[in-house]
Design a protein around this ligand. Structure first.
Ligand code: 3HC
Length: 308
C-alpha cells in the first residue's frame, strides 16, 4: 500500500496526523496557508478593537476589551506555533503578511466607528469565527486541533461579552439604540462574507473536506450562522439589513439575500476601507519591535553559553 493511501486511511479512521508523520505535500501546503492566514487574522484583528481601548465607556468595559485583545494575541501565537511544526518559520510567515502575499480575514479591513462596533464585533464577528472554528477542534492535523480547543473557549467568551454589551445598549437611550442599529447595519454583511466564497467558487474546500481539515463547507457554516443569529437579533430588537431574510419552512432554514461578492473580493485583494492602514500598522509594529527581538535573542544566546 502506498503512503498516500495509508495517509487517507488514517484520516478516514479519525487518527490525527502529527508533525513527524508522512503527509502529502499539498496537505502540508494547505495547512500552512490556512493556519498562517488564521494566525494573521488574529493579530490583525487586534487593531480595530485596540482602537477603542482608550475610549471604552467605563473601567469594566475597558478591562474586558483589554483581556479580549490580549486573547487574540495569544491565539495568534498558538497558531503561528502550530504552523511552524509544518516546516515554515515565523519570520517567513511575517514576511508573507508584511509583503501582502498572505491573506488575512476580510472582516478586519472595516473601521470601528462607534463603541457599538465593539459589541457588534463580539456578537457577529466572533460569533461567525466560532461557527467556523468549532469544527476546527476536530481538524485532522493534531497541533492545529489542540490549539483550537483553547481558542474556541476564549472566542465563546468574546461572543458573549459582545452580545451582553449590545443588550445593555438595546435597553439604553434612543441614541444608544440608534448607534446599535447602525453598527449592526454595517457589520452584518461583512460577517456573512467571512465564511469565504460560495461552495461553487471555493477552490480549496473539496480537498480540505476530503482531508478533514475542514469538516463543513463555507455555505453550510454560513447558513448555520444566519439561522442562529436571527433570533438573537430579535432579542436585541434590531433589524438585520436584509429584506430577503425570511424563514423557509421547506428548507428548515432562513433564506437570505444576495451577497455582494464584488465587495468581498475587492477587500480580499487589498482594496477595502482599511487594508492599507492595517498592513502599515503591522509593518510599523514589526520594525519598531526589532530591538525587542534582538534583545530577547541576545539574552537566550547568553544563557545558552552559560549552560554550556
Ligand atoms: N478573508 C480573506 N480571504 C478569504 C476569506 C476571507 N474571509 N475567505 C476565503 N478567503 C480566501 C482563501 O484564503 C482562498 O485564498 P487562497 O487559496 O489564495 O489562500 C480563497 O479566498 C478561496 O477560498 P476557499 O474557500 O477556497 O478557502 P478555504 O478553504 O481556506 O476557506 C476559510 C476559507 C473558511 C476562511 C478557511 O481558511 C478557514 O476556515 N480558516 C480558518 C479560520 C480563519 O482563518 N478565520 C479567520 C476569521 S477571524 C478570527 O479567527 C479572529 C477572531 O478573533 C474573530
Amino acid at each position: 500500500m502506498n503512503q498516500e493511501t495509508l495517509f487517507q486511511q488514517k484520516i478516514d479512521a479519525e487518527v490525527k496526523i502529527e508533525a513527524r508523520d508522512w503527509m502529502p505535500e499539498d496537505y502540508r501546503k494547505t495547512l500552512i496557508r490556512q493556519i498562517s492566514q488564521h494566525a494573521h487574522s488574529e493579530i490583525v484583528g487586534m487593531l480595530p478593537e485596540g482602537n477603542w481601548i482608550t475610549r471604552a465607556p467605563n473601567l469594566r468595559r475597558k478591562l474586558i476589551l483589554l483581556a479580549k485583545v490580549q486573547d487574540e494575541a495569544g491565539h495568534g501565537l498558538y497558531l503561528y506555533s502550530a504552523a511552524e511544526t509544518l516546516g515554515i518559520s515565523r519570520d517567513e510567515m511575517f514576511d508573507q503578511l508584511h509583503t501582502g502575499k498572505a491573506k488575512y480575514s476580510s472582516i478586519f479591513n472595516y473601521p470601528t466607528l462607534t463603541w457599538a462596533d465593539i459589541g457588534a464585533i463580539g456578537w457577529l464577528v466572533d460569533g461567525a469565527a466560532i461557527m467556523n472554528q468549532v469544527m476546527l477542534c476536530r481538524t485532522s492535523y493534531g497541533p492545529y486541533a489542540r490549539a483550537m480547543v483553547k481558542i474556541c473557549k476564549e472566542e465563546s467568551f468574546h461572543q458573549r461579552q459582545g452580545y451582553e454589551s449590545l443588550l445593555v445598549l438595546s435597553k439604553g437611550t434612543e441614541a444608544q439604540r440608534r448607534m446599535l442599529q447602525d453598527a449592526v447595519n454595517r457589520w452584518w454583511w461583512p460577517s456573512i462574507m467571512m465564511f469565504g466564497p460560495s461552495d461553487m467558487e471555493s477552490t480549496n474546500t473539496e480537498k480540505s473536506v476530503l482531508w478533514k481539515i475542514k469538516r463543513q463547507t463555507n455555505d453550510e457554516l454560513r447558513q448555520r450562522f444566519v439561522d442562529a443569529t436571527v433570533e438573537q437579533a430579535q432579542i436585541l430588537g434590531v433589524t438585520l439589513p436584509d429584506p430577503d431574510l425570511k424563514w423557509n419552512e421547506t428548507r428548515g432554514h432562513y433564506d437570505f439575500g444576495q451577497i455582494n461578492w464584488d465587495e468581498f473580493w475587492n477587500v480580499v485583494k487589498g482594496n477595502g476601507p482599511c487594508n492599507k492602514e492595517r498592513l502599515a500598522a503591522r509593518v510599523n509594529a514589526w520594525e519598531k519591535g526589532a530591538w525587542v527581538r534582538e534583545a530577547a535573542l541576545a539574552y537566550s544566546e547568553k544563557r545558552k553559553k552559560k549552560v554550556a
